[in-house]
Every structure is written in C-alpha cells, then in structure tokens.
Write a protein that binds this ligand. Structure first.
Ligand code: SAM
Length: 298
C-alpha cells in the first residue's frame, strides 16, 4: 500500500497520487470543511473521474491518477466546496436505472420522482394508454423512463425552457427512445396544450416562493429557480391542471402528479375536489410521505 502522508495538499508539488491516498486526503479535507458525508463526497467524485464502480476504488487502491485527471479533480473539488451539487459537477445522474445528463438548466431528478414513474407505468398498462404528455419535463427523466418501458406509447415532453428541451433531446437519444418522444416548448400556465392524452404526468415547480431562502445551498443557489417554484404558493400549476384536465385528458384517463410534503398534498386534493373530480388517490414515497396524487378524469 502507498505510504504517502495524506496531509499533503493537492495543490502541492506532489506529482503522483494513488487512489487510496486521494480517498484518505479527500475524506479529511471535506470533513475539515464541514461536509456531512466527507467519504461519500470524495468517493463520488473519483467514481466519475475514473469511470470505476465504487468497489473498484478499493480493489484498485494502488492505481496512480494521471495529471489530467488530477487537475480535473482539483477543479471539481473547488466547485464542490462552493456547494455545487455533484451531479452538476459531473454532468450526469441516474434515474430509474437510466443515465441522465444534467446541467444548470434542469432540475436534478430526485429518487421520489421514480415513484411517479412506477404509478404512471401501472396506470398506462391498466388503461392501455397510447399517448402520454409530460408537463415540465426538465431533464426528461420521467418521459424517458416511461418511453423506455412503454415501447408503443407516444410521449410528448414539454417545458417552457428552451435550454431544458435541448437536454431532454440529448437524453432521449442517449437512451435510444428519441423516436417515441416528441418535444414541444410550451408555457402550460398561459398556452393551450393540444390533446387529448390518456395520461398527463407532471412534477411541476411546487416550492412556495417564501420557502426558497430556507432551502439547502445546493438547491437554492444552483438549481433553476423556475424549476423549483411557481413564484407564489406552490399551487399554481395544480390549479391550472384542474382547469385544463377535461380538455387535455381523455375520459377514463388520468393525471399523475408529484406533490410536496404536508400540507401540500391536502391542498392539492382540495383544488381537484373543488373542480368536481372524485376519484383522487395518494401514493406514498419510500419515506412514507404522500408523494404522488392521481386524478381520474371522468
Ligand atoms: C420540478 S421541475 C421537474 C423536472 C423533471 N420533470 C423532473 O421531475 O426532474 C419543473 C419543470 O417545469 C418547468 N416549468 C416551469 N414553469 C413552466 C411553465 N410555465 N410551463 C411549462 N414548464 C414549466 C421547469 O423548466 C422545469 O423543467
């Protein structure tokens, strides 16, 4: 095993760093900067830098890191110290087992949203859906996960951000589902969505405007503000969905929407009850919180 002191700084003249040395140094360094999971921070960066599974960092601990990778790592660590999310630094993440490119124009897909995909897939099968629309597609994670699992369904991925639509198109190609997905720039709050579709899925911006300053710096300072909040009470998109649902979704179809934490689910439910929708159901995420609401359109 290499015997170099981990006290050295990556900035110092030491040329040859082995994986194990970087792991030790990085864990200490991120800990000294107050990061909660310092080991995970350096492991994640190395996994991406070296394109190795995490276990291989330890199996190949003696491997030297070349100077190009070392300077890339230095710049990544600098960005991470400013609390930039790891996914933006490395430019990628995984969603529903699929590789997804991300950049600062799109929200980083969250594990909770995989629950929405599971529920939409089940409903699509139950009603033999042929056309689905994803409103506020962002990185395209939902649309792409649906397309990858529903080969004969046509999917429309919409967003009001041109930059996001560029990302979703690349993600669709990378995942070999581009032929099943159409893309459209659309402001759902002010423009008409052509339809009808069998299912409308959406994870809309639902953070209240006054909650934004309380978010972690990783979210508040880096994720697109227009992907986080409606700039109001976090309910604008649901009010709009309740208005357009009967026009955009076929009778017998569904809206499948992500919701936030309490009291958000109940507030969203009330919006649809006021619109005289009756078959409304909640589904919990893996933390036991109501996270997805489905509304049957009759
Ligand atoms: C919470 S993000 C969800 C992104 C992605 N679907 C996901 O689940 O990770 C909301 C998305 O809605 C888009 N959006 C915001 N306002 C919109 C509007 N008025 N019309 C359409 N899309 C909008 C944002 O650009 C963003 O991509």
């Amino acid at each position: 095993m290499a015997s170099c002191s981990t006290k050295a700084s990556l900035k110092q003249k030491k040329q040859h760093w082995r994986i194990i040395e970087i792991l030790k140094w990085g864990e200490e360094y991120f800990a000294s900067k107050g990061f909660e999971s310092p080991k995970r921070e350096i492991e994640w960066l190395l996994v991406d830098l070296l394109s190795l599974p995490r276990i291989d960092l330890y199996l190949q601990f003696d491997q030297l890191i070349n100077s190009t990778d070392l300077s890339k790592l230095k710049s990544w660590i600098k960005r991470r110290l400013n609390h930039e999310p790891l996914q933006y630094i490395t430019g990628k993440t995984e969603f529903y087992g699929l590789p997804i490119e991300v950049n600062s124009h799109v929200l980083i897909p969250r594990p909770e949203t995989e629950r929405l995909v599971e529920i939409a897939l089940k409903l699509a099968e139950d009603i033999d859906a042929k056309e689905i629309v994803d409103v506020g597609t962002g990185s395209g994670c939902i649309a792409i996960a649906l397309a990858a699992n529903l080969k004969h369904v046509k999917i429309l991925a919409t967003d009001n951000s041109e930059r996001a639509l560029q990302v979703v198109q690349r993600n669709a190609e990378q995942n070999d589902v581009a032929k099943n997905i159409q893309f459209a720039k659309l402001d759902i709050l002010t423009e008409d969505l052509e339809g009808p579709f069998d299912i409308l899925v959406s994870n809309p911006p639902y953070v209240r405007k006054d909650e934004i300053p309380t978010l972690m710096p990783e979210i508040r300072d880096y994720e697109p503000i227009g992907a986080l909040t409606d700039g109001a009470d976090g309910l604008d998109f649901y009010r709009r969905f309740a208005v357009i649902a009967r026009k955009c979704v076929r009778e017998g179809g569904f809206l499948v929407l992500e919701v936030g934490l309490n009291p958000h689910p109940q507030q969203v439910k009330e919006i649809f009850e006021e619109g005289s929708f009756e078959a409304i159901e909640f589904f919990k995420d893996y933390n036991g919180d109501d996270r997805v609401i489905t509304i049957s359109v009759q």
